[in-house]
Every structure is written in structure tokens, then in C-alpha cells.
Design a protein around this ligand. Structure first.
Ligand SMILES: [Zn+2]
Length: 129
């Protein structure tokens, strides 16, 4: 696996699948990115990989918000049943906020339109290019 040589300049962008930071070969007509251990990306495959990571993260955020809402609801039912002697106002407010945030994140996911670059993300192919 080729490592970035002196023709590469470091970026602030992390490689999608490892902890390496990407460097970019600025002088070439076709931008090539390479991490410190030699993973390579074209600009098309890098953008697509980042879009996929972003979508995965948004679904994780959505799941976490739904879990907060569900657990908060269970918590309130415990309070209402007299099993937990704690005030519930903050909890009720948080559940309301989580419901709003669920709608917002779902909207972000549904409204996102990624550019079709006509290229399937394939790290092995990206590495050899
Ligand atoms: Zn890497």
C-alpha cells in the first residue's frame, strides 16, 4: 500500500474506515486522497463514503432519541404510580423536546439529496487507483 509522499499535503479530513488523517495530492488534475497507512480515495469515492457515514450517524441519533423518549415515558409511569418520589416536570419537558428532535432528524434524513456520482463506494478499488 503506497504511503503519501512529499507531493501530498495533509488535510483535516479523517479517512472514513480507519483513524488515519487524509493527505491530498494537490497538483494532480484528479484529486487523490491517501491516509497515513496508505488507504486511497478519489474525491468521488471519499464524498460518497462520508455521505454513507453521515447517514449511518443520523440513523443512530434517531434511535438514541427514540430510546430517550421511551425510557423517559417508562420513568414517568413509575413516578405516576408512586414508585419514584421525584419531580417529573423536567422529564416531561425532555420527552417533548426529544419528540420534536425526532421529527427534525427524520426530516434531515428524508430531505437529504446526495449527488449521484455514478460510482459505488469500494475501498479496495479506491486503494488501487
Ligand atoms: Zn487508512
Amino acid at each position: 500500500m503506497p504511503r503519501p509522499g512529499p507531493e501530498f499535503e495533509p488535510t483535516l479530513i479523517g479517512y472514513p474506515a480507519c483513524a488515519g488523517v487524509l493527505s491530498v495530492q494537490r497538483e494532480s488534475a484528479h484529486l487523490q486522497f491517501c491516509c497515513s497507512i496508505g488507504h486511497g480515495f478519489s474525491i468521488e469515492s471519499l464524498l460518497q463514503a462520508k455521505e454513507e457515514d453521515l447517514e449511518k450517524c443520523l440513523w443512530s441519533v434517531l434511535s438514541l432519541l427514540e430510546h430517550v423518549e421511551m425510557i423517559g415515558g417508562m420513568f414517568i409511569r413509575q413516578i405516576d404510580a408512586g414508585r419514584l418520589p421525584v419531580p417529573k416536570d423536567g422529564l416531561v419537558e425532555r420527552i417533548h423536546q426529544a419528540k420534536e428532535q425526532i421529527l427534525q432528524v427524520r426530516h434531515i434524513i428524508e430531505e437529504t439529496v446526495t449527488s449521484d456520482l455514478g460510482e459505488e463506494y469500494d475501498p479496495d478499488e479506491a486503494r488501487s487507483s
